[in-house]
Design a binder for this molecule. Sequence first.
Ligand code: ZN
Ligand code: ZN
Length: 333
Amino acid sequence: MSSLRFLPWARSALISARVPQPTKYSRRIHQIVLFVPWMVSLLLNGAAPLSAQDSAATRIVMLGTGNPNPDPERSGPALAVVVNGTAYLVDAGPGVMRRAAQAARNGIGALSASRIGIVFLTHLHSDHTVGLPDVIHTGWVADRERPLRLIGPPGTAAMAEHLTEAYRADIENRLHGLQPHTAEGWRVEATDVRGGEVYRDSNVTVTAIPVHHDGWEVALGYRFTTRNRVIVISGDTRPVDAIAAACHGCDVLVHEVYSVKAFLTRPPEWQRYHADAHTSATELAALATKAQPKLLLLTHLMLWGAATVDDLLGEIRAGYAGPVVAARDLGIY
Ligand SMILES: [Zn+2]
Ligand SMILES: [Zn+2]
């Protein structure tokens, strides 16, 4: 049952399903009827469907926890904040739509292809954007009615225009052949932002946080505030106080990280880059000690074949006493 460690909300579902209610037999049977398929799905897929009771809660669904190096276990960087049946994607690394489809199959209907309607980009590195045409066009082929909303740093709108041009032949073919696609689903409504509040609706308020990622004039983290959770997502960055300040006791801090042990095996020119662009486990331990998240969730794991996830967790725990989990693809937190 170790997968329950990744599913704090599932633990409460399990507990509530076990509460004896001797005078309310019908309710208990109802709980068991809900519990059995939930348990089967958990065992088969490592994730569980959301019950009606859970649908209003805020979940983080990890769609890719890797980095630019292709790894079949870890897709490119992407996650979804799912609130009240709506998914808000952050980044669109390679593999994003296949992972989203698996999450939908596991019960997160908000991640079915046609329902993904908005993406926030942290920056324009390829490992965070190679899946973007997949989100745009696979969503359209799956019948998304409306244009995809896209929010990201300067250059985002230009990238969207260029992607539309790159797929012009496909768009023309689908619009003017026999395929009954929606009229607007291929479009992208893109907005360039530099920081501050960038989006608000009845589920979420999203604030962009400028971070420091070697060579990018603007790279962003994001803070999601929902009815029941505050989630801060670092994007790619070296340690910056702005992320610790944005978290300040937040529910979940999703932060990128590299292993110090693995870093020491890298050539000097790459060490110079990583130190300016990314955050070491030791640096993250210090940052999390300041930020005090209720959960520190590690992603964009950089182990370079020279360290294990346990090595990485050990490096974090050496300097940080709070709860920490290394995210896995399709994990729900
Ligand atoms: Zn990256
Ligand atoms: Zn990057």
